[in-house]
Ligand binder design. Structure first.
Ligand code: TXA
Ligand code: MG
Length: 324
């Protein structure tokens, strides 16, 4: 959509956004991973509006965003291992699933009735300013219609959600580009629920060897982890070494294969961080260009490559059942 207006990050916009959250409105805001669709996590009605706006087929548990580790500790029970992870990676793209604290004020709808809670302290300065100014925990899934590619710019948010969101804070393009890594921590046990912006290799010195709970064939361990999720309209084909006449190409590295349609390179120099940041925007652009299929070149699976390949597998899954 062209000519869609997005809102600014001016100081008055921040104050208005915080007030909008406090009275039960919806505010989309930038994080370093993707844009989030936020509501006051303690307000059932406001949280319900998130599900309405996204058209979520069911109530998946949402990540609760807070400005500091101290605030997180008032909501969830962080074991010493959880605290070590938080101290190492917050603020940043790590979400910790921990038991709810007693008297935790977070809406049961936000946590889908579970006795656990997903907590994150985002690193984006505008997100942190909004969370401090609001003074409430903010529940926020990615700010896209359910089953669609996550938004990495304010314009993506307006295009996807239109007037269902009251304010969009524009903080520019997201620098990480894939969602946070989700790790469940109970006492001294940790499990990787979703690969994301913090690579597994960075966590393991603290957690010990992490296995991905669930896995592609297994039952989803993180309730939002249905096989098909980040679905562009075009059919996505992975590990492509050549492209057909009706396929555009999502390339990686210095030797892109030729395509029947446009070729977009996630990172010419083969940098996985650069590729993650470009991933969702490139899928959108190829989809908008109208190709019937997208051939995706092989991408290494170490570091951020694990999260990139996870999102691409979901985009390629034939079953278009959708979640977050
Ligand atoms: O980077 C991100 O994490 C973004 C930004 C906006 O912070 N948010 C995001 O939220 O990706 P969402 O709702 O799209 O994904 C939340 C993930 C889902 O896989 C969900 O199942 C999992 O976190 N999750 C939330 N609460 C959980 C819980 N109590 N137990 C297990 N998994 C949980
Ligand atoms: Mg999402």
């Amino acid at each position: 959509m062209s000519g869609v207006k997005t809102d600014t990050a001016a100081p008055w916009a921040l104050a208005l956004a915080a007030e909008t959250l406090r009275v039960g409105g919806l505010v989309a805001f930038p994080t370093e991973t993707v844009y989030g669709l936020g509501a006051d996590a303690t307000d059932d009605r406001a949280v319900a509006r998130i599900f309405e706006a996204k058209g979520r087929p069911r109530f998946n548990p949402l990540i609760v965003h807070v400005p500091t580790l101290e605030t997180a500790r008032t909501l969830g029970l962080l074991s010493p291992l959880a605290v070590r992870l938080a101290e190492a990676f917050w603020p940043g793209p790590l979400t910790l699933v921990v038991p709810r604290a007693q008297d935790c004020p977070v809406s049961l709808l936000a946590t889908a009735g579970l006795d656990t809670l997903a907590l994150r302290v985002p690193g984006h300065p505008l997100a942190r300013a909004l969370l401090s100014e609001t003074g409430r925990p903010v529940a926020a899934p990615s700010a896209n219609p359910s089953g669609r590619v996550s938004p990495t710019t304010a314009l993506h948010v307006r295009e996807g959600l239109g007037d269902a969101v009251d304010i969009v804070l524009d903080g520019g393009p997201c620098t990480v580009g894939v969602e946070s890594t989700v790790v469940a921590v109970f006492d001294d046990q940790a499990a990787l629920l979703r690969p994301g912006g913090i690579p597994r290799e960075a966590l393991e010195p603290i957690t010990g060897a992490l296995s991905l709970a669930g896995g592609p064939s297994g039952k989803p361990s993180s309730p939002g982890q249905l096989a098909s999720h980040y679905a562009p309209k075009a059919r996505v084909r992975l590990n492509a070494l050549s492209a057909g006449p009706s396929e555009s190409v999502l390339a990686f590295g210095p030797d892109p294969i030729p395509g029947g349609g446009p070729v977009l390179n996630l990172s010419e120099r083969g940098d996985l961080g650069e590729a993650a940041a470009a991933l969702f925007g490139s899928l959108r652009a190829l989809d908008d260009a109208g190709a019937a299929g997208i051939a995706v070149m092989p991408i290494p699976s170490h570091g951020l490559g694990e999260a990139i390949n996870d999102r691409l597998r979901r985009a390629a899954a034939p079953d278009r059942e959708t979640s977050s």
